[in-house]
Write a new protein. Structure first.
Length: 340
């Protein structure tokens, strides 16, 4: 794991978020705010927010926004806008109809548009078939900034205000436990986190080393928002790849194969337990895993047996100060035996 920089949360925006820190605009971004902790850069940016807002709105219009996801409440009460703004907005939604059914995690075009919106990719990086999405964002941005962005940005900043002190007091501890349990290493650079009103149907995702999380999702608030940062960070290559290898080797040594997406269930438990331990050490005991509060652990017949195995074997591993490869292998082999 890398040596962490000196602890400091830095604001690089036009809004101080009540923290009394100096501000400066981000080059090439309109009204974006950005806060650094040691491990993360938390951003609220209208272009990134608009990209996701249009995508979820189009999905809801197409009847493809699932009932378990946070409702797109803005569709139910349109603000007063002139005819030109309404035509611009409707055209943007129509352009985003092409995104319905596509995954923001695996679809290269959507990833490229998001990265362009975030200012980390060139417009030429967007596939030609998705250039209409860039055009829709550019044309609809003034409409969004007038009618929805102030409320979305305020919510994003409130979400950030809540998670910053938790991160400052616990992030190194959680990161150490997560990396040690997986047998991986924490990424060398700060992980960018786009805080948006709406992310995807489950409220957060990560791809390409970048996290997107929804500030309006009631399941991802306060301590659960802290846990979600580490859950999504677990999908970065230096953490997820070693975890998958550890699980694969453990099951193979026990003569079996890990269930599909078992590695993701491990991430739910480890990120929740590591967060609970760090919060308890910081004087905030009683954290409940996101998997519990959001109902993940209640979905599917696999969870009761998995939770018993995780609590018996994985939990002690998360509590170890510096487990070695042999200890880690023994723990995951014990988990495999319990589930085979």
């Amino acid at each position: 794991m890398r040596r962490f920089a000196a602890s400091q949360c830095r604001l690089i925006s036009l809004c101080t978020l009540g923290l009394g820190i100096g501000a400066a605009p981000i080059a090439g971004q309109t009204h974006a705010t950005s806060f650094d902790t040691e491990l993360f850069t938390l951003r609220s940016d209208p272009r990134v927010g608009l990209h996701h807002f249009l995508a979820v709105w189009a999905a809801a219009d197409a009847g493809e926004w699932p009932g378990y996801a946070q409702p797109i409440v803005e569709r139910d009460s349109l603000p007063q806008m002139d005819a030109d703004d309404r035509r611009t907005w409707d055209a943007a939604i129509a352009a985003y109809a092409s995104t319905v059914g596509r995954s923001p995690v695996f679809d290269a075009g959507l990833i490229a548009v998001r990265d362009w919106a975030a200012g980390t990719a060139a417009r030429d990086d967007v596939p030609p078939d998705d250039s209409r999405l860039v055009e829709a964002i550019e044309r609809a941005l003034p409409v969004y900034e007038q009618h929805w962005w102030p409320a979305h940005d305020a919510r994003n900043r409130e979400w950030t205000r809540a998670v910053l002190p938790l991160a400052r007091s616990t992030e190194r501890d959680i990161a150490r436990r997560v990396a040690a349990t997986y047998g991986g290493s924490w990424p060398e650079e700060r992980i960018p986190v786009d805080v948006v009103a709406y992310a995807n149907d489950v409220g957060a995702y990560s791809t390409g080393g970048r996290i997107v999380t929804a500030s309006a999702d009631p399941a991802i608030q306060a301590e659960q928002s802290l846990e979600m940062l580490f859950h999504e960070s677990s999908h970065t290559e230096p953490l997820e790849s070693p975890l998958r290898a550890t699980i694969r080797d453990a099951f193979q040594q026990e003569g079996g194969t890990a269930p599909d997406r078992f590695w993701h269930d491990v991430i739910f438990f480890v990120s929740g337990d590591a967060t609970a331990l760090a919060l308890e050490a910081a004087g905030r005991p009683g954290h409940r895993h996101y998997g519990e509060t959001a109902g993940v652990y209640a979905r599917g017949e696999r969870w009761p047996a998995q939770l018993r195995a995780f609590e018996e074997h994985l939990r002690p591993l998360v509590r170890m100060t510096d487990p070695g490869d042999a200890q880690r292998s023994a723990v995951f082999r014990a988990v495999a035996r319990a589930l085979m």
